[in-house]
Design a protein around this ligand. Structure first.
Ligand SMILES: [Zn+2]
Length: 320
């Protein structure tokens, strides 16, 4: 693993955002709203709570998907946006990946893809209604603005049972010109208590769980640094621990950071970033009935939302 700070010390330093690009991105990020994030997490959790779900062998707990799909589609519709359902059902699994496309103005074939899975165990507040709520804020902010590249928002299905939705999605879209993937999985849980954070074996992390983790493959190293730059420039700076994988386009160090949909993009060599609060290394309610909205830190979720909106905007505006 190479820490972002280590990478920053390397020469030549990659080009980061100019002051003008930075302030433009932060202005868009300022539209992220804590109350809406709170309401959208509740909206998704309420939908999942009303859904009996399906008990999946061998986990023996309810996977909730279809009522969440309906609620999320309605939320996008309220923003005037149309959801395309990519039906990748087959091999014994019904899969509905939900896609909202915000076309680029000058280079629409170049795509920045931002994702979060919407299927959950139980009610899934942190995992992953937190990430879904950020997708809605991103859609709200960017659908009313022009941007050079296309921003594609994807809510993946069937992540919890083995990344089935994203595996099928990236296989189908292998020829798309994906310039960057930003995937969020569990981005709303934080703690200021000493001893609240554990590290996956092979990694070192602070023992207070008040930061976001950002993982990148090597071909997204520069974009990881741009997000690091933005995190430090937010009105309330977001603490960030980052790592960049080695030179095979794939792996930053441990399988624990492959445990979400971005890994299916990494496998293809697509530049990809992964944002997470580290789930079970911080949150003992992970994959339990206790993963409920009142356990989240909405100030922290707001900071993550600002980072994702600013980063997506900045990368979507880059290029010749
Ligand atoms: Zn998850």
């Amino acid at each position: 693993m190479s820490l972002l700070v280590t990478l920053l010390a390397c020469a030549p330093a990659p080009e980061l955002l100019t002051d003008g690009q930075l302030s433009a991105a932060l202005a868009v990020a300022a539209e992220v709203d804590t109350q809406r994030l709170t309401d959208d997490v509740a909206r998704m959790v309420n939908a999942h709570a009303a859904d009996p779900g399906e008990v999946v062998t061998p986990w023996d707990r309810p996977l909730k998907r279809r009522d969440g799909e309906v609620a999320l589609t309605a939320a996008f519709a309220e923003l005037g946006l149309t959801v395309t359902v990519e039906d990748d059902s087959g091999e014994g699994w019904e899969v509905h990946n939900l896609v909202v496309e915000l076309p680029g103005t000058s280079r629409p074939e170049e795509i920045v893809l931002v994702s979060a899975h919407y299927d959950v165990w139980y009610q899934g507040a942190d995992d992953n209604s937190s990430g879904v709520a950020v997708l809605l804020e991103l859609a709200r902010a960017l659908s009313t603005k022009e941007h050079a590249r296309t921003v594609r928002i994807v809510a993946f299905d069937a992540e919890e049972v083995g990344l089935i939705g994203s595996a099928r999605y990236y296989r189908r879209h292998a020829d798309d010109d994906l310039r960057l993937v930003i995937n969020m999985d569990s981005v709303g849980f934080a703690s200021s208590e000493p001893g609240s954070q554990y590290a996956p074996p092979g990694f070192t992390l602070p023992d207070v769980g008040d930061f976001i983790v950002l993982m990148a493959n090597d071909v997204a190293a520069r974009e990881a640094l741009v997000l690091g730059q933005l995190a430090g420039a937010l009105p309330s700076p977001l603490a960030l621990q980052g790592a960049v994988g080695s030179d095979d386009h794939r792996s930053p160090g441990t399988g624990d950071f492959h445990r979400s949909d971005h890994s299916q993009a990494w496998t293809q060599g697509t530049p990809g970033l992964f944002l997470t609060d580290t789930t079970n290394f911080r949150n003992e309610l992970y994959h339990t009935e206790g993963d409920l909205p009142d356990t989240l830190d909405y100030g922290f979720l707001t900071q993550v939302g600002q980072l994702v909106v600013a980063g997506t905007w900045a990368i979507a505006e880059e290029g010749p």
